[in-house]
Design a protein around this ligand. Structure first.
Ligand SMILES: CC(O)(O)NCCCCNCCCN
Ligand SMILES: [Zn+2]
Length: 680
């Protein structure tokens, strides 16, 4: 399994800057790269990465996304003196030129292509290119928004051409809309471009109509462009995760890319003068984690924006540390997405429901919102509608102008250190079963004393049980104890009785909250359900029925856990939001006998759940079913789960029961919400 995270950086890319007064461009300074790289060095993360040298892109590579005229024009800039550079710059918007920027722009593209080569040839698993100038605003014949060449657009074309990539996903979490990327792949169904961006009903830069949610791509590319506009500032961690759970991830898993780019702009983090958002740097650890099981883990993060030097450096470190496989920090106090974010989520899901089967159950536009753009589009059959249709907009109240507040000092807590236990995965296996390489067979420092034996026997075993069962239970509690002391990250246990083991662990856990994910036939022991410190999410083919309690959530799948598409949508749209909101200290993943979940999906589930509880995941497998041991161990060791391939539609009846479940639960679990509470 390929390992390693590439870090591609060269200080030559700091060697250009603004040479005249221009308020729009003064934030794009060389220090952006310097503080980011220094933070990676200081934190020890740089040394853990595979350092890959940059190179200059060739002209042919630049022409993958730019016109010859534009390239010829930019080639002249190194020889221009100040006035000529200023005149040349006037042709474009919110960008500046410098005698060395052409050289740096070629290095930024070259660095990105180096990252693609090393990831696509398996020399590394994933990586990050720390580059400037950024790229996602530049267009075929135009520089724009501090961007000269479109690093990621060129790299996506390059990956298709030279590495036979079939489906490329670009996730643009920069706070600005990468219109250059959108234009480049407008009608290309092999590149799915996702972007959220500060929009404020078109009143925020670059003030484009085509940045709104109803721009879905055109021709064969319809559906492969997903815009989530932020119509208010102050969006936070819950808003970002809600968009991932309810818009991006379902579509991304259905698309099933063989390569993922992140247009990693960190001006979407708190403190940024451009974004004015509230999400904290640690959220990028979770966003990165949630993308790392796509494309067999082939993720290329490429720096775009980010202008607060403190949150930029912290966010870069959070991203790289996750690419390296360290446990993600605990997401603090998540709630539901705010009303404005829910409107954006609802709009994006509704406009894309005709393109993505995972969104089929996305609610139809609200009837009582005559002024909503969505409503009007629905009347026109969900098409983009004629350009001139300003009818509905006219009814819309004037968008309130967001006064850029005085730059008051915004502060936030520094992200907590993320310490990976020395031992990652411990396995509790019967002596007969062999231990997959890379794992350690768990054996506690000392065995149970007579009192301990008696207690375990009395609480969990029928008198008749043999000594071996007592020892196993004792070993389970010892393994749990070492996990909860963060001496071991995660574990796997082969047990004779999954129910009994789960009952023991939920009661023995010292965590205030335990998430038990039960995948397959029940019943889940009632003792666990009554344990109020445990949230049980039960995925199986049971008949839909009222959730008995807030802490027992059955997710019914008509065709049972063998229905991969159904399980994926249940995990992404229901289980993960519940888990993130619950914020458990321990995650138990129980696989009862005769579980139908297929291997790759089981690995996806085991990997995704590791984003919770500092990675403390304990998997319980039925002793006589050893088949999943190897793949579960692989996932626990941090190997990316295999790509599931393009997904079909989840069954309509499941779709209905998911929606019913969401509506019933979202009051208690607001992160499940996908639509704004209907206007009273
Ligand atoms: C890569 C990027 O997306 O971060 N570029 C952002 C360009 C912003 C242009 N407008 C600046 C106005 C200054 N208040
Ligand atoms: Zn930006």
């Amino acid at each position: 399994m390929k390992m390693g995270t590439a870090l591609i950086y060269d200080e030559e890319m700091t060697k250009y800057k603004l040479l005249w007064v221009d308020p729009a461009c003064k934030i794009e300074v060389p220090e952006r790269l310097i503080v980011s790289y220094e933070a990676l060095v200081k934190s020890g993360l740089a040394d853990r990465c595979v350092s890959i040298p940059v190179r200059e892109a060739t002209e042919a590579e630049i022409l993958l996304a730019h016109s010859e005229e534009y390239l010829e024009a930019v080639k002249k800039t190194p020889f221009m003196h100040l006035e000529e550079l200023m005149t040349f710059t006037q042709k474009y918007g919110d960008v500046y030129f410098h005698p060395n920027i052409y050289h740096c722009a070629k290095l930024a593209v070259g660095a990105t292509l180096q990252l693609v080569d090393n990831v696509m040839t398996g020399k590394v698993r994933n990586g990050m290119a720390l580059v400037r100038p950024p790229g996602h605003h530049s267009q075929s014949s135009a520089a724009n928004g501090f961007c000269v060449f479109n690093n990621v657009a060129i790299a996506a074309q390059y990956a298709k051409k030279h590495h036979k990539a079939k489906r490329v996903l670009i996730v643009d979490w920069d706070v600005h809309h990468g219109q250059g990327v959108q234009y480049c792949f407008e009608d290309d169904p092999s590149v799915l471009y996702f972007s959220w961006h500060r929009y404020e009903h078109q009143s925020f830069w670059p003030n484009l109509k085509e940045s709104d949610f109803d721009n879905v791509g055109s021709g064969k590319g319809a559906g492969f462009n997903v815009n989530v506009p932020w119509n208010k500032v102050g969006m936070g961690n819950s808003d970002y995760l809600a968009v991932f759970f309810h818009v991006l991830l379902p579509v991304a898993y259905e698309f099933s890319p063989d390569l993922v780019f992140i247009c990693a702009g960190f001006d979407s983090a708190i403190g940024d003068p451009e974004g004015h958002m509230s999400a904290t740097p640690d959220i990028f650890a979770h966003l990165t984690h949630l993308l790392m099981n796509l494309a067999d883990g082939k993720v290329c993060a490429v720096l775009e924006g980010g202008y607060n030097l403190t949150s930029l450096a912290q966010s870069v470190c959070q991203t790289v540390q996750t690419l390296l496989g360290d446990p993600a920090p605990r997401p603090a106090q998540l709630g539901g997405a705010c009303e404005s974010a829910l409107e954006s989520i609802h709009s994006a899901r509704s406009i894309h429901k005709k393109y993505w089967s995972c969104l089929q159950h996305a609610a139809a536009p609200f009837p009582e919102e005559p002024s909503s753009k969505l409503r009007r589009l629905a009347q026109q059959g969900g098409s983009q509608g004629p350009e001139g249709d300003a009818g509905g907009d006219a009814q819309r109240e004037e968008p309130e102008k967001v006064e850029e507040k005085e730059e008051e000092e915004i502060v936030w807590p520094e992200p907590l250190r993320r310490v990976a236990p020395s031992l990652r995965s411990a396995l509790l296996l019967p002596d007969a079963a062999e231990c997959p390489d890379g794992c350690a067979r768990f054996s506690p420092a000392h065995g149970p004393g007579p009192l301990e034996r008696a207690r375990l026997r009395k609480s969990y075993l029928k008198e008749s049980e043999d000594e071996a069962s007592v020892t196993l239970l004792y070993n389970l509690t010892a393994l749990l104890g070492q996990m909860e002391k963060n001496e071991i990250r995660n574990g796997l246990a082969l047990v004779p009785d999954v129910s009994m083991a789960a009952t023991l662990l939920t009661s023995a856990s010292l965590s205030k909250r335990v998430l038990l994910v039960w995948v397959g036939e029940g019943p889940v022991p009632s003792q666990i359900i009554e344990e109020e410190k445990t949230l049980v999410v039960h995925i199986d083919s049971m008949e839909p029925h009222e959730a008995q309690s807030k802490y027992y959530i059955p997710i019914p799948l008509k065709k049972g856990c063998g229905d991969t598409a159904g399980v994926v949508q249940a995990v992404l749209g229901l289980l993960l939001p519940l888990g993130y909101q619950y914020e458990p200290g321990l995650v138990l993943l129980a696989r009862p006998p005769r579980c139908q979940v297929e291997g790759g999906l089981w690995q996806q589930l085991t990997c995704l759940l590791q984003g919770l509880a500092l990675g403390h995941t304990l998997v319980l497998l039925q002793e006589n079913e050893t088949a999943p041991v190897g793949i579960t161990a692989s996932a626990l060791l941090g190997n990316p789960a295999p790509s599931l391939g393009p997904l079909v539609a989840p069954g309509p009846e499941d779709v209905g029961s998911f929606e019913g479940l969401r509506l019933r639960l979202q009051t208690d679990w607001p992160l499940l919400q996908t639509t704004a509470p209907e206007k009273r």
